[in-house]
Structure formats: structure tokens, C-alpha cells
Design a protein around this ligand. Structure first.
Ligand code: PHE
Length: 355
């Protein structure tokens, strides 16, 4: 038994003077490792007589536990010493100049803010709706009857059906916000609805998630002339130059008549100049709100009329700020954001300039 006491004191002395974690671990292995001194002694128990075993078994177990506990205590002490040393040597010098790069506003965010500034100057307010929509708001109330082929044009992402069998969708456009607004507010109405939209589509000019800004105006004497004037003023303000526009007849289930609006542009090498040249580029869809849509929202189409429009924010950002590939916008690369991003400290305004 005095042997065991001697071994304990020897290991205790070694452990207490271990100067770093690796020498401590070497001591642990020499005592408790597979071929360690204490492990070997425990293996010797098998050869002992039962009387010897009753004495040596508990003694060796106690030795093993004591040494393991001593190692743990020393390990914690060494780790704390290392941390204290690091804290003392890695002091922060608050007087050093800052070299950190500032974050930037994403061009989509910037363009949405520019649009909000332009339209709020025309008396519009901002409305919002959910990204996950039900069939009624995304399609049915917008005059897409169930089974209507126009639904297929939207490459919809469908959600797993709810427990009540209802199948929600990721909204394919911001037009459901028109429905939500007309069902919760009385005319006159003048809103824009910026937000995310989703379609199952991906190439250089399409991403599965993209952004739209919807516009809706409802009143007693609103006509197509208001629609044209509003959008013509918008594009000139947005592109910060006079822009020629052209309206082409089109079809949307929720507007009648419907049109697409093109802006005059010119390609100059890789870059695009808006407002000059002989080419036309489509930038938005619009029209007079269909009487069926007004009726579905409880608005009397014999008293009220209005117009609506919807445009792709990402497309407009690419055109205005010259980004060639839509997919880069959502790759989250800080170098891209550093190049195309905007200072968060500069507010877009009509007086001091949009961008
Ligand atoms: N919601 C249409 C689309 O995403 C755009 C639109 C909105 C057209 C409002 C007319 C009126 O394609």
C-alpha cells in the first residue's frame, strides 16, 4: 500500500509541475493510457489471490480516479493561464484607425426605395401582403377561373396542401396585394406594393425569386389617360432623363383593356442607354382593372374604375445600373455588393437626387 502512496505522490508532483497541455497529456498517457503504469498494475489484479485482490482492487481504483482528477484540475488551470496570457497580449488598441469596409444597400433595395420616393410624391402609399398566398388572392379573385390556361403561364411553386386540403402557392406576382387592399379599404385607393415574387424559372434574365412593384389606383373617374400619364412620369423620374414610351395591347385576365409598356433604348456595346435609339424594351404590364376583379372585392364597377400596373424591380435595377446577369443579384457575393451596392447613409429623394 505504501507503494501506491508513493506512486500517487510521484504523479501528483509531475502533474503539478507540467508546464503545458501537451506535457500534461504525456503524463496522463504514462499513467492511465493503455500501457500506462497504473493500467498495467490494474491488469495485474487478475493474477492475484482473492485476498490480495480485495485490498488492491479498491486501492488501485482509487489511485486511478485520483490521478485522473488531478490531470483534469491541472488541465483547467493551464487552459485558464493560456486564456489570461492571450487576453493580456491581444489587447485592443482603440486608437488605431478603422479599416473595416462599410456594408452597402443591395441595388434591389435601392431601386425599391427610389420607386417609393417617386410614387409617394404622386400620392401613393405602400401596401404589403404575404409571400405565401392562397389560390383565391393569387388567381381566382384576379379573374383566373379554376382550370383557366392562363394559370399555367405562371410556372407556380405549389406548397404541400394544408390539413384542410387547401394548397397555398408562393405568390407568382404582387397583384394579390391589389385584392387584399380592395377588400380591406374603401376607394379612393392609391397604393404601390413592392415585394418578392416566385416562379419556377432560371436563366440569365430569370431567377426563381424576383421582385415586383405593383400599382393600383381606384376612384370614380379614373381612365386610361391617368394610367399613361402616371407611368410616363414615373419612367422619366426613375431614369432621371426624358424617356419615350410606347403602349402595346396585351392580355392579362385581371385588366381590360391591358397593355405592355416599352421604353426607347439603344445598345452601345455591352451597355444599354435608356431614352435614346430606335429599339423598344418592355418594362411593365398594366391595364384598367377588370370589372370582375372589382366585383370579387365588393367594389361596384358601375361606380368605380381604376388602373393597375406591375413591373419587375430587378429588371429595372439592371437597366438603370448596368448589371449584366440577374443571377448575380442573389448570389450573395460581398465583392459584387461592394461594387454595385449603395451607401446606406444616402437617402434617395427627389430634391437631392435618387441615386
Ligand atoms: N401581375 C402581372 C405580371 O406579373 C403584371 C400586371 C400587374 C399587369 C397589374 C397588369 C396589371 O405579369
Amino acid at each position: 500500500m505504501s507503494d501506491i502512496e508513493a506512486i500517487r505522490s510521484r504523479f501528483q508532483a509531475d502533474i503539478d509541475t507540467a508546464s503545458d497541455l501537451s506535457s500534461l497529456d504525456a503524463i496522463r498517457v504514462s499513467a492511465l493510457g493503455k500501457k500506462g503504469e497504473i493500467s498495467m498494475m490494474m491488469r495485474g489484479l487478475g493474477k492475484m489471490s482473492p485476498e490480495e485482490k480485495t485490498v488492491m482492487g479498491p486501492a488501485l481504483n482509487g489511485l486511478k480516479n485520483d490521478v485522473a482528477a488531478l490531470v483534469d484540475i491541472r488541465k483547467t488551470a493551464l487552459e485558464n493561464e493560456a486564456l489570461d496570457a492571450a487576453l493580456a497580449s491581444e489587447m485592443m488598441d482603440m486608437s488605431l484607425p478603422v479599416s473595416r469596409k462599410n456594408g452597402t444597400l443591395h441595388p434591389v433595395q435601392q431601386v425599391m426605395e427610389e420607386m417609393a420616393v417617386i410614387f409617394s410624391d404622386m400620392g401613393f402609399s405602400v401596401a404589403e401582403g404575404p409571400d405565401i398566398e392562397d389560390d383565391f388572392h393569387n388567381f381566382t379573385a384576379l379573374n383566373f377561373p379554376p382550370g383557366h390556361p392562363a394559370r399555367d403561364m405562371h410556372d407556380t411553386f405549389f406548397m404541400v396542401p394544408d390539413s384542410d386540403g387547401q394548397q397555398k402557392v408562393l405568390r407568382t406576382h404582387t397583384s394579390p396585394v391589389q385584392i387584399r387592399t380592395m377588400m380591406s379599404q374603401k376607394p379612393p385607393i392609391r397604393i404601390i406594393a413592392p415585394g418578392r415574387t416566385y416562379r419556377c424559372d432560371s436563366d440569365q434574365t430569370h431567377t426563381p425569386m424576383f421582385h415586383q412593384v405593383e400599382g393600383l389606383v381606384i376612384g370614380e373617374d379614373i381612365h386610361m389617360g391617368h394610367l399613361k400619364g402616371c407611368l410616363m412620369d414615373f419612367v422619366s423620374a426613375f431614369f432621371e432623363t426624358d424617356v419615350d414610351v410606347r403602349f402595346r395591347p396585351h392580355h392579362f385576365p385581371f385588366t381590360e383593356p391591358s397593355a405592355e409598356m416599352d421604353v426607347r433604348y439603344e445598345r452601345d456595346g455591352a451597355s444599354i442607354k435608356i431614352g435614346q435609339g430606335n429599339d423598344w424594351m418592355e418594362i411593365l404590364g398594366c391595364g384598367m382593372v377588370h370589372p370582375n376583379v372589382l366585383t370579387a372585392c365588393g367594389i361596384n364597377p358601375d361606380v368605380y374604375q381604376g388602373f393597375a400596373f406591375g413591373m419587375g424591380v430587378d429588371r429595372l435595377a439592371m437597366l438603370k445600373y448596368g448589371m449584366p446577369d440577374l443571377r448575380d443579384m442573389f448570389a450573395g457575393d460581398p465583392r459584387w455588393l461592394g461594387h454595385y451596392g449603395f451607401s446606406p447613409l444616402v437617402q434617395a429623394s427627389l430634391e437631392s437626387g435618387l441615386s
